[in-house]
Write a protein that binds this ligand. Structure first.
Ligand code: S3P
Length: 427
């Protein structure tokens, strides 16, 4: 589906967003593992989280939803049942990777499948550590489908993550929840720590590494979760408000987990007026209200350390860079090549269409120049974050724009258009 956008004059008002995608996946998985009833308020309504929900139902979890509340009757330790069919993770890497950690500890075979995009994404990164733990996983060429066999001799490991990845870290820590001994994961750069916070895991920093540990003592208990609004979804609206004159936008109850707020830090460094006007906490996750006002931005140096905490926000950060003074450059983000699309290519191709002078590197990209003043037709590459980023570029361009295959926004945020409409004032 092609979606056309007109230029927007201002972004004003107040809104709350559906729950953070990463926290939602984990709230469902930990509730399903616990023995008893858990409640989850403000679960993400995106297709990715729905993929996790359906896989957990196939494994015997009873899940019901009404209004903004989801109730989960957990299966408890050893309570999951062998699924009749393969578990379809659709487009969701988080579903495939986190569930692998859960499934290697079960007493039955299971098969994980996915859509075309997910079936091209690398799974060696989870197969290797889970096999070192004694897990038995079959997957030709280290991609989906993966067949996960039961293992009699799972053991705790001490693992160093070469590639920063919260999905891989979480898969290992979730497998570790089934073992008496402590499983230890160390990483050089901290990646999102929702798994650790939500399970109350021990985390330390030593020798320039962040170390997280899990064992059976941390096995999840039933809980009442509140999922704060998704900061990755919020970042599209934040950039729209920053770059339109006379805008003032309040986003309520948005996740402010410090491993996710890199986008706010970086935008502030670029000159953005973003203020936290209240801060609360639920299940060890902080959240609060943000006030965003129109700002004049300038491009700044983006260091390697901040990359894991902005990994999902780089497409919209690039759009902010288009309107900021000076040349935009980002490096050290090779991981973007293996997301829902090759995001380095997707961003560069679309920015070329927009008339910018773009340079693509193996590990990033840079650009400078001015936008063409004509309606541009962007490709989403069936990647939700690319579709939303180029929607924002379209509403900021005098002549508007079009996004092809726009429906992929449903992966993380089906309400994106409604949210945008509720705060945008047309020219
Ligand atoms: C996620 C981790 C990130 C992120 C993804 C969600 C998670 O992936 O890109 O959207 O919930 O753990 P990696 O950990 O593989 O970088």
């Amino acid at each position: 589906m092609k979606q056309r956008f007109n230029r927007v004059k201002k972004v004003n008002g107040e809104l709350s967003l559906p729950g953070d995608k990463s926290i939602s996946h984990r709230a469902l998985i930990f509730s399903a593992m616990a023995s008893g009833i858990s409640s989850i308020e403000n679960l993400s309504d995106g297709l990715d989280v729905n993929a996790t929900l359906n896989c957990l139902k196939q494994l015997g979890t009873d899940i019901s939803s009404s209004k903004n509340m989801t109730l989960v009757q957990g299966c408890g330790f050893n309570g999951f049942k062998k699924p009749d069919l393969s578990l379809n993770c659709h487009n969701s890497g988080t579903t495939a990777r986190l569930l692998s950690g859960l499934l290697i500890a079960q007493k039955f075979n299971s098969i994980l499948t996915g859509d075309d995009s997910l079936s091209k994404r690398p799974m060696r990164r989870i197969i290797e550590p889970l096999e070192i733990m004694g897990g038995k996983i079959q997957g030709s060429n280290n991609i989906l489908p993966l067949v996960i066999h039961p293992s009699d001799d799972l053991k705790a490991i001490d693992y160093y993550l070469e590639i920063p990845s919260a999905q891989v870290k979480s898969a290992i820590l979730i497998a570790g929840l089934h073992l008496d001994d402590e499983t230890v994961v160390a990483e050089k750069l901290i990646t999102r720590d929702h798994t650790e916070r939500m399970l109350g895991l021990n985390m330390q920093t030593a020798e320039n590494k962040v170390i997280s540990k899990s064992s059976i003592k941390n096995y999840p208990q039933p809980n009442n979760y509140f999922v704060p609004g998704d900061i990755s979804s919020a970042s599209f609206l934040i950039v729209a408000a920053l770059l339109t004159k006379g805008s003032e936008l309040i986003i309520k109850n948005v996740s402010l987990n410090p491993t996710r707020t890199g986008i706010i830090q970086l935008l502030k460094k670029m000159g953005a007026k973003i203020h936290t006007i209240s801060k609360k906490e639920s299940c060890n996750e902080s959240y609060g209200d943000l006030m965003v006002s129109s700002s004049q931005l300038k491009n700044v140096f983006i260091g390697e350390d901040i990359i894991p905490s902005i990994i999902d926000e780089i497409p919209i950060l690039a759009i902010a860079g288009v309107f900021a003074e000076g040349r935009f450059e980002i490096r050290n983000c090779n991981e973007l090549r293996i997301k829902e699309s090759d995001r380095i290519k997707s961003i560069c191709n679309n920015l070329n269409l927009a008339g910018l002078s773009v340079e693509e590197f193996e590990d990033g990209f840079s650009f400078e120049g001015k936008l063409k003043h004509k309606e541009i037709i962007y490709e989403s590459y069936d990647d939700h974050r690319i579709a939303m980023a180029f929607t924002i570029l379209s509403i900021l361009n005098k002549k508007g724009g079009v996004v092809n295959n726009f429906e992929c926004v449903n992966i993380s945020n089906p309400g994106f258009l409604k949210q945008l409409d509720s705060v945008c004032e047309q020219v």
